[in-house]
Write a protein that binds this ligand. Structure first.
Ligand SMILES: *Cc1c(COP(=O)(O)O)cnc(C)c1O
Length: 415
């Protein structure tokens, strides 16, 4: 038993695994109290886009903290929030005219689901069923778990989760099964379909193609089923473009963004919606307002960080960095893809993934051994079962990428 009282997320304290104490970070590198230099190969759980401690984001946070730290957002506003909303309007699809702030990816999903139900309250209250994609992940709050894959993560809470319609994952060459199931479920009447566009992250880094995303969106549009794009992970360049939806020419009715929204420096999320969804909540009737808030909605310091992130996207060569990281990942992935123990080597944008041949599943015995293997090599790399993925900050240096891939090759040898 350690002396700490901290109860960590997704951590089995009973295993007694070491919990490194991190004191400092810059770029793609973390420093621990015991003097180790750790390469952050997963962007501190997919949030850090431009690297830790980007000077513009740090300065924005410092300046804003001195000016205005926090203000109620129900009926009040402030410059950083207005600037972020306008900045998002400038670069996100034109149809998404409204920006609702919250604090985390999970909350942005809860907000999206409530917006969808609020819309149908006005148009057809019988439509409240939510459709989801098999293997999906949308967060750990009750609503977000309800629309995500069921498994060991949420078995204990199953009685609290609401019923959803699950659409089979569009595996390559089996997309028609997905389309048919979605067509049927939409025809039967549904409020919304929520998807992670192009990459299902926590469910195992499953990829599907832009044309498949476009077709799923088209089916929903034909039936008036709202299309919710959860780009909490895929947004901000992760899949090679600002949004994954962009690659499919898809505009969702509702868009969830978080993680890279502040460059990964501080929690913030937005749910963007089209005008009809806003209008369904608009009018003189107080009972129709959107009933959602949290204490720190649109916290000014977090918004200032997001404003700095938007400035970085506007003024720095972010697209070039993303393209370069994609190429640099591909070179290294190609070098190990043909290893006899490697299965399904794949890459989309800055995300590379592969399976190391072993039993499948998150709790498969190889998973803790892989975790220890990478930790012992001073790498922050957290496989999903036997799926190893690399999703570093865009600024990672070649030598650090080499270390990551050398450790993966070694893990294949040892498997
Ligand atoms: C991480 C994630 C979430 C949850 O975001 P939190 O900020 O951890 O609550 C939701 N959806 C997707 C696709 C994610 O990857």
């Amino acid at each position: 038993m350690s002396a700490s009282s901290v109860w960590h997320p997704f951590t089995q304290h009973g295993l007694g695994e070491p919990i490194p104490l991190v004191t400092r970070a810059e770029g793609a590198v973390l420093h621990t109290r015991d003097g180790r230099r750790i390469v952050d190969a997963i962007s501190s759980w997919w949030v850090t886009t431009h690297g830790h401690g980007h000077p513009r984001i740090v300065a924005a946070i410092r300046d804003q903290a001195e000016r205005l730290d926090q203000i109620i957002f129900a009926g009040w506003t402030h410059e950083p929030a207005e600037a972020v909303a306008q900045g998002l309007r400038d670069i996100m699809p034109q149809e998404l005219t409204r920006v609702f702030f919250s604090d985390s990816g999970s909350t942005s999903v809860e907000v999206a689901l409530k917006m969808a139900l609020g819309y149908w309250r006005e148009h057809d209250p019988a439509r409240h069923r939510i459709l989801v994609l098999e293997h999906g992940y949308h967060g750990d709050t009750i609503g977000a778990m309800s629309v995500g894959a069921r498994g060991v993560f949420n078995r204990a809470y199953e009685p609290l989760l609401f019923d959803v319609g699950t659409i089979p994952f569009p595996a390559a060459d089996r997309e028609q099964i997905t389309f048919d199931a979605l067509e049927q479920a939409c025809a039967a009447g549904a409020a919304a379909f929520i998807v992670e566009p192009l990459v299902l992250g926590a469910g195992g880094m499953h990829f599907y193609s832009p044309p498949t995303l476009r077709e799923m969106r088209a089916i929903c549009a034909r039936h008036g089923v709202l299309f919710i794009a959860d780009e909490v992970m895929t947004g901000w360049g992760r899949t090679g473009t600002l949004l994954a939806c962009e690659q499919a020419g898809v505009v969702p009715d509702i868009l969830c963004l978080s993680k890279g929204l502040t460059g990964g420096a501080i929690p913030l999320a937005v749910t963007m919606a089209t005008e009809p969804i806003f209008q369904a909540h608009y009018g003189p009737d107080r009972a129709r307002m959107f009933f959602h808030s949290s204490s720190y909605t649109a916290n000014p310091i977090a918004c200032a960080a997001a404003r700095a992130n938007l400035a970085i996207w506007a003024e720095e060569p972010v697209a070039e960095r993303i393209a370069s990281l994609g190429t640099r990942q591909q070179l290294r992935l190609d070098a190990i893809a043909s290893h006899p123990r490697v299965r399904g080597a794949r890459r989309m944008g800055t995300i590379a993934a592969l399976e190391i041949a072993a039993e499948e599943g998150y709790l498969s015995s190889i998973a803790p051994r892989l975790l220890a293997h990478f930790r012992n090599r001073d790498l922050l790399l957290r496989p999903l079962g036997n799926t190893v993925y690399v999703m570093p900050p865009y600024c990672i240096e070649d030598a650090d990428l080499d270390r990551i891939y050398a450790a993966i090759a070694e893990a294949c040898e040892a498997a």
